[in-house]
Design a protein around this ligand. Structure first.
Ligand code: GDP
Length: 365
């Protein structure tokens, strides 16, 4: 009977030549080579040439909390400043679900029709908590995100509102130096972030919905006063009449406010981002505003006021940071808190003691 073991050549224990084993290391995962750090001038040159990779890297530095990154970032920003400022900056705000992503997608394509470059940035101090899913996420702006003239950057991750906003403002400078002549800054219409956005844009566009009771909310929170234009989204299907009614209500409500400093009367329009209806009218309004305030000097004035505002904001932020994170002062907070709660110290005395400790430490530094 034929059996391999009857064959003389059979050695019982033969070792096959075997096949070459694939490496256990995934060849598609590039070995982590530390990227050579770019010099300040390399960043600046890259940005000025409109190199998106370098721009993104510079924005990452701006967003970094590492002091050495911040030092480079500040130098890059300073060198980019002379080339910045040449854009129209638009703030876009609305509560979640108002249709910001849908709208920014069509707004973006609309403003790019005439050429130029658009950067979409965001301010969302809560983005870390929600794992960055809220703002700036590319997948939310399907068409715009694949447009060659667009740059979409999510909100810097969570931190104090002031900190997040400062980073976005600095990113605007880098984008402008890279030749972006249109900047959108998006924010969720809840809380203080509108004030921050308002303080860095030329036009503040408030997206509202009909029949949500939000009209009053907007008035209460002082957001409507900031708006240079209010647009009511989802004016489509059987929602058109409701949207028009809401527009009338907003127009009436706007009469309650003092005339804006710009001399421009905020307009209220209805549109549908989803069906791309009324979008042209919105942008005609925005550009009419820009022409109006450029002619009467308010454009310059507002930007100057914003620069001053950011100088003080920056001081406040750094002072606060330096105080709250001081290695000697920080550990004392809980103790003082307890003493206040137990009635051993008044709030004011506790505050004074902490501040005194801080100033004493500074003198010894
Ligand atoms: P965001 O949270 O403000 O970014 O809002 P989204 O853009 O994600 O939109 C929220 C929901 O509203 C989505 O389901 C959209 O499809 C819908 N939506 C957005 N714009 C319109 C619109 O113009 N008309 C209608 N009917 N629905 C819209």
């Amino acid at each position: 009977m034929e059996h391999p073991e009857n064959n003389e050549a059979y050695k019982g224990l033969t070792v096959n030549a075997g096949v070459e084993q694939p490496s256990s290391v995934n060849p598609y995962l590039k070995r982590k080579v530390r990227r050579r750090e770019l010099s300040v001038d390399e960043y600046v040159d890259g940005i000025r040439q409109g190199n998106i990779t370098i721009l993104s890297q510079a924005v990452t530095l701006v967003e970094s909390v590492l002091p050495e990154h911040q030092a480079v970032a500040q130098e890059v920003i300073e060198k980019c400043l002379p080339y910045a400022g040449n854009s129209v900056r638009i703030g876009i705000s609305g509560v979640p679900g108002a249709g910001k992503s849908t709208s920014i997608d069509v707004f973006g394509l609309h403003v790019l029709e005439k050429g130029g470059k658009l950067a979409v940035l965001a301010i969302d101090p809560s983005s870390e908590r929600s794992r960055g899913s809220i703002l700036g996420d590319k997948t939310r702006m399907e068409k715009l995100s694949v447009h060659p003239a667009s740059f979409i950057r999510p909100s810097p991750s969570a931190g104090s509102l002031g900190g997040v906003a400062r980073k976005t403002r600095e990113t605007i400078i880098l984008c402008e130096a890279a030749g972006f002549d249109k900047i959108f800054v998006e924010t969720v219409g809840v809380g203080q972030s509108e004030t921050a956005v308002h303080s860095m844009v030329d036009f503040f566009l408030l997206i509202q919905l009909a029949g949500t009771g939000d009209e009053l909310q907007g008035i209460k929170r002082g957001i409507m006063e900031m708006a240079d234009g209010i647009v009511i989204n989802k004016a489509d299907g059987n929602n058109i009449e409701k949207a028009q009614l809401a527009a009338t209500q907003f127009r009436n409500a706007l009469h309650l406010f003092p005339a804006p400093e710009s001399g421009w009367t905020p307009q209220v329009l209805t549109y549908s981002g989803f069906y791309n209806l009324g979008v042209k009218e919105i942008w005609d309004m925005v550009y009419a505003y820009i022409a109006f305030v450029k002619a009467n000097g308010y454009f310059e004035y507002r930007r100057n006021e914003q620069s001053k505002y950011w100088m003080y904001e920056s001081i406040n932020e750094q002072l606060r940071d330096s105080f709250y994170h001081h290695p000697v002062v920080a550990p004392l907070f809980r103790q003082k808190e307890q003493q206040v709660l137990q009635g051993e110290l008044t709030s004011f005395v506790a505050a004074k003691e902490l501040l005194d400790t801080y100033f004493r430490e500074l003198r010894h530094d």
